[in-house]
Design a protein around this ligand. Sequence first.
Ligand SMILES: [Zn+2]
Ligand SMILES: [Zn+2]
Length: 360
Amino acid sequence: MLGRYSWTTQKDMNGFSFYVLYTVLVLHLLRPETGVNGDQFPLYIKEICEIQCSHCVMKSVYWCYECRHILCKDCLRTHNEGNKNQTHSIQPTSDRYKVIFKFCLVGHKTNISNINCLSDELLVATTNEIDKELVIFSVNGHQIDFKPLEGDAISLAVLDKDTVVVSKAGFSDFDLTKIIIQKDKFTKFSDKFSMGGDRHFPLKYTEQQLFIALHDRIKVTGANLLPSFDDIHLEFTPGDMCYNDGLQRWYCVDSHHSRLICLNRDWKEIFTFTDSKMKYAYCLDIDNDGNVLVLCQERNNSSGCVIMVNSDGTSSQFVISNIQLSGSYLYSCMCYHRYTNSLVIGVDGIVYVYRKEAEG
Ligand SMILES: [Zn+2]
Ligand SMILES: [Zn+2]
């Protein structure tokens, strides 16, 4: 509450001195190393959106993560002149989720294929960087550990805080490997599956079953990961899928038709959601309130956004606009880290961590 305290006690100072002091306090609190569990953090994000531009008297409209400056339209134009700030992350202050951490996980020229929550503290990602195919990292990027997997790791499912399943892709097929992380124990448990040209496919573990979505079929195996698979037929091809344990509902994106499809645990359709905000939707996860967050990308460029759809599909809103996603199509990924209430997005080799501003 430091920022609010200064507002009430410093009001006798002249406006400019107050503004400088207030801005310094706010920017101090927005340092990247500010607490990972800082529930206060979103409050300060909301407060900075209500004050004026860092450079002039105009109302702020944008926020730059790197400069820690809030900017009006004119000052943003000045900020963007030349190439010196072209890697800066700029967001409209109206976005509900703001970047709070940004760090390089693997090389800039490699891709993070998938990100998932591993535990309260850690996330896990697959990449195509040699000897860094599996990456375990903390949400603030202070801890990053690599595990070599000998082959492109693409899809990823978390069985428990110490065990993951990854798909390792060949030219036209893939196999599944179970990895016990702490013991460096690798067990290949599937024969080759045909990919049919699509290297990315959803892989989810829930209710002690592993679900593998291959085109319009879901293959299912039990926790023992025996190489026998049940087969479920769908009316669409899921680009990504996630499961709400409380509601016992699957949410899938049908990327090619820009639809969000909700199904019950027996894979019977409950509703289909679509609206003009939902462009090429290819990645989704569920927040702690049961809302579905959908990562979308424009078809002809790398401009992306995140849309939040409520659990019943009756309302939607932009929560992040203007994300620069990967130039190579579908090489961006997203997951919701429940313990820290953070939305984690991987673009090429970079991780962006967003947190929601306070309500009300
Ligand atoms: Zn900047
Ligand atoms: Zn300005």
